[in-house]
Design a protein around this ligand. Structure first.
Ligand code: PA5
Length: 453
C-alpha cells in the first residue's frame, strides 16, 4: 500500500481558514512543470544522481560487504556527520527498534566533534569486537577526521588489524580518505560523485551500516522506487512531492517560514533529524541560481507527537502564525498495547490501544491548529517498515528538490557551511588557511567584550 498525503487542512476552508486557496495550488501547475523540467535536465545530464538510487545499485555491494563481517563484531561505530550519518541513523532507529534496548549487533552514531559519546564508546566497547565505518564524501571533514584519528589509535592499541576493523565509504576516486583506504588496503564503498551527502541514504552511506544489522535495505530501495513513480507524475495535483513543494512555496509566500516536521511515531524521531538537515541545508540559500541575493529558506522544526504536545505545541497553537506543520502518522504499529479497563477517570481509555490514542491526539492537534487558521498536512505510512520508510524518505527528497527548483535556488550545494569550515581550520592552524586565521583574529579583536560571570 502506498504512503498517502492528506493536505485538506493546508488549504483554506471554513474549518481551516488559513488563507491559501485551492486555486492557488492548481495555478502553480505551469511553474511546477518548468521546475520539474529543469530538475530532470540536471538528472538526465548526470549532474544529479540521487534520482537513480532507488534502482538499488548500491544494495548488493553493501550487503556483500556486510555479509563478510564476522559474527565476533558486536558493535559498529559509524564515523560521519551531516548527510554522512543522519540517513543511516534514521533508518536504523526506525527499523531496528529502540537502540538502547537492542539485542545483537548495535550501531553507534557519535556524529560530533564533541567527544562526549565517542569517549564513552571507547571506554566501554571492546576494539576486537568493534567495526568502525568511516563515511565522508569529501574525505576531509574535520569532525569526521578527528573521530577517525581517535578510533584508529584505539583500534591499533587494541591490537586490531586496520583492514579488518575499519571500512571507508567515500568518493570513488578522490580525497584524503580514499587515499588512506588505498594505502592501508581498507575495504571501501563508493559515494557517487553526483550524489550529495543529504541525498545519499540509498548508497553505502545508509545501506551498509543498516545491512550490518540485518535490516532489509533492498526493501528500503524498493519502497523508494515505488514512491519515485508517484514523484515523476506531471500532474501537480497527483504528485505528492510536487504538492509538498508547491504548498511550501504558497505558505512561505504567506509568511509561514517555519516547517514543523512532526511524526506521531517514536521510530521516526531520527527521521525528523534527517529531514531537518535535508530541508535546511538544501533550501536555506542567499543567492538564486541566477545570482540574485534572495536569502530564502524555511526553518525546519523537529517535533514528536505526542511528546511535544507537552513542550512545543502550545507555541504552535498560540504563538506567531509563521508555521506550516507536516504531520506523519502511522496506520498499523509494529508494537501496540491495549489499555486494561479500570473504573474511574481513566475508564474512557479501557479496551483501546495506546496507538489509537496517539492517532487521535494527532488528529485533534491538526484540527485545533486548523480552527485557528494554522495549516498542516499529514503523510500517512501504512506501517513503519523498510518499504514504507523508503517511500517516505524518497518523497521528502523529491519534495526538497522540487522546492529548490520552484524557488529558483540550487538545493544541492551548501556554500554557507564552507565559511564556518574555513574559519575553524584557520582557528586550528591548518596549513593553507593562514588567511582565514588572520581574518578570524582580526574579527575577534574587533568585537567589544561584553561578558558577565
Ligand atoms: O549534506 C551534505 O552534503 C553535508 O551535510 C555533508 O554530508 C557533511 O558536511 C559531511 O560531509 P562529508 O561527507 O564530505 O564528510
Amino acid at each position: 500500500m502506498p504512503i498517502s498525503l492528506d493536505y485538506s487542512l493546508a488549504l483554506h476552508s471554513s474549518a481551516a481558514p488559513c488563507g491559501v486557496e485551492a486555486d492557488a495550488l492548481s495555478a502553480l501547475q505551469a511553474r511546477f512543470s518548468d521546475a520539474k523540467k529543469s530538475l530532470f535536465q540536471r538528472i538526465d545530464s548526470g549532474e544529479l544522481g540521487f534520482w537513480a538510487l532507488p534502482d538499488g545499485a548500491h544494495v548488493a555491494a553493501s550487503k556483500a560487504l556486510a555479509g563478510g563481517i564476522g559474527e565476533e563484531i558486536t558493535d559498529v561505530i559509524v564515523l560521519g556527520i551531516g548527510g554522512s550519518s543522519l540517513g543511516g541513523r534514521a533508518v536504523y532507529e526506525a527499523l531496528g527498534g529502540p537502540p538502547e534496548l537492542r539485542d545483537g549487533r548495535r550501531l553507534h552514531f557519535p556524529e560530533n566533534s564533541d567527544p562526549w559519546r565517542l569517549a564513552r564508546l571507547i571506554e566501554t566497547l571492546d576494539p576486537t569486537r568493534t567495526l568502525a565505518v568511516v563515511i565522508s564524501k569529501s574525505g576531509g571533514t574535520s569532525e569526521t577526521a578527528a573521530m577517525l584519528l581517535v578510533i584508529r589509535k584505539w583500534l591499533r592499541d587494541g591490537g586490531c588489524e586496520m583492514a579488518k576493523h575499519l571500512v571507508a565509504v567515500t568518493d570513488p576516486e578522490t580525497g584524503g580518505l580514499r587515499a588512506l583506504a588505498e594505502k592501508e588496503g581498507l575495504k571501501t564503498l563508493p559515494i557517487p560523485q553526483n550524489v550529495g551527502g543529504r541525498f545519499s541514504v540509498m548508497t553505502g552511506v545508509g545501506l551498509f551500516p543498516c545491512a550490518l544489522v540485518g535490516l532489509d535495505v533492498a526493501a528500503l530501495c524498493e519502497g523508494a522506487k515505488a514512491a519515485r513513480e508517484l514523484c515523476e507524475r506531471d500532474d501537480l495535483l497527483a504528485n505528492p512531492a510536487g504538492i509538498l513543494a508547491a504548498l511550501h512555496v504558497l505558505h512561505t509566500d504567506a509568511g509561514r517560514n517555519m516547517t514543523v516536521f512532526m511524526p506521531y511515531s517514536d521510530p521516526l524521531r531520527a527521521t525528523a533529524g534527517w529531514f531537518v538537515q535535508l530541508w535546511a541545508e538544501s533550501l536555506g540559500k542567499r543567492f538564486s541560481k541566477t545570482g540574485e541575493r534572495i536569502e530564502v529558506g524555511a526553518t525546519p522544526i523537529p517535533a514528536i507527537g505526542a511528546t511535544d504536545q507537552h513542550a512545543q505545541v502550545q507555541l504552535f497553537m498560540e504563538g506567531p502564525k509563521d508555521k506550516f506543520t507536516w504531520f506523519v502518522r502511522v496506520g498499523e504499529r509494529a508494537q501496540d498495547l491495549t489499555m486494561p479497563r479500570e473504573e474511574g477517570q481513566n475508564a474512557y481509555l479501557g479496551g483501546r490501544t495506546m496507538g489509537d490514542l496517539n492517532a487521535a491526539q494527532q488528529q485533534a492537534t491538526a484540527l485545533a491548529l486548523a480552527k485557528d487558521g494554522r495549516p498542516s498536512l499529514t503523510l500517512e505510512l501504512p506501517k513503519v517498515d523498510a518499504f514504507h520508510l523508503g517511500q517516505l524518505l524518497f518523497i521528502l527528497e523529491a519534495a526538497t528538490a522540487f522546492a529548490g527548483e520552484l524557488v529558483g535556488i540550487d538545493a544541492f550545494d551548501q556554500p554557507g557551511v564552507e565559511l564556518g569550515k574555513r574559519l575553524a581550520y584557520g582557528l586550528f592552524g591548518r596549513e593553507g588557511f593562514e588567511k582565514d586565521a588572520a581574518e578570524i583574529q582580526e574579527t575577534l579583536r574587533s568585537i567589544p567584550t561584553r561578558r558577565v560571570e
